[in-house]
Write a protein that binds this ligand. Sequence first.
Ligand SMILES: [Mn+2]
Length: 344
Amino acid sequence: MGAKPEAGKAYSDKRPGELWKSLERIIRICNREEIDLLLIAGDLFHRQPLKKELREVNAMFADLQKTQVVLIAGNHDHMTYRSCYADFPWEKQVHFLGRGQEMEWVEFPQLQTAVYGKSYHSREIREPLDAADWRRRHLQPKEILLLHGGDETHLPFRKEDLLRLGYDYVALGHIHKPGILAAGRAAYAGALEPTDRSDTGDHGYLLGEWKETGGTLRFVKSAGRKYIPLSVETTERDTAYEIRQRIEAAVRKMGTEHLYKIRLQGRRSPDLLLEQEEMDIFGNLVEWVDDTRPAYDLERLKQRNKDNLLGQMIGEMEEAPEESRHYRALCRGIQALLETGRSL
Ligand SMILES: [Mn+2]
């Protein structure tokens, strides 16, 4: 919550509201599926939550019929002495762990389960995970740890050390991409919704179940939109009209509700009129990279311009690797010279 992701002009304003809607869907799923525990492993908010935002979240949690909520604060919404988390009066089924610096826990005897966790009290935690600080107390048959971080500056840990703590399950937060760290033992649910254009791929939540026969854990897609990288191949025969149609067809096929990062690749006619604005057909274009190379008749141009700057640049370009920045810079320079028309 509280993120304002780049979402393409048609979506930018509605995107923050959509993130709230996404949480609302989770509440309905909890009620429908009679979920026992909803675990939120930090960074529920993208920044310090406002009191009115906590009231909204709390009102949603209040609708839970059977579900207990356990949450911690992550690096984005870390605790400070004036954090609204510090003294917020949560509903009785909501358990916020981490008003203090030490490990806290909540027991659910009817579920024979305890959930442990610690909130961030700073933006970063550079010290690696210390087993003594994170040990379980063996209060219930099943014990779960909520842990936020895992990269260099946010509680670095080695997988073996995490598993050695002996929890039945570690619900991990911080990394936006969902991923199982150790089958049935530790996993990142990932961000419920992608909140940045680098959050490509599917987003949703993890649904875990303990039965007599063992546990299962599966990822469930639930995000309303995703960021999709789309490569479009061009040839020197293509017109802008044709490229536009190609983009339109691809976006329609994958879904106009998604947000696209488009990269043009291949050759293109030297005098192609291509406006990025024109290519944002559905208002969901968030990134545009034009890596096409103009298909000049270089031999002819070099012959005609061997005594001037253009000829010199073409000579240099032929030496440079096609993928290099230098090559692309020369391409642009040559194009600029050609557009003035004088060298032709
Ligand atoms: Mn984080």
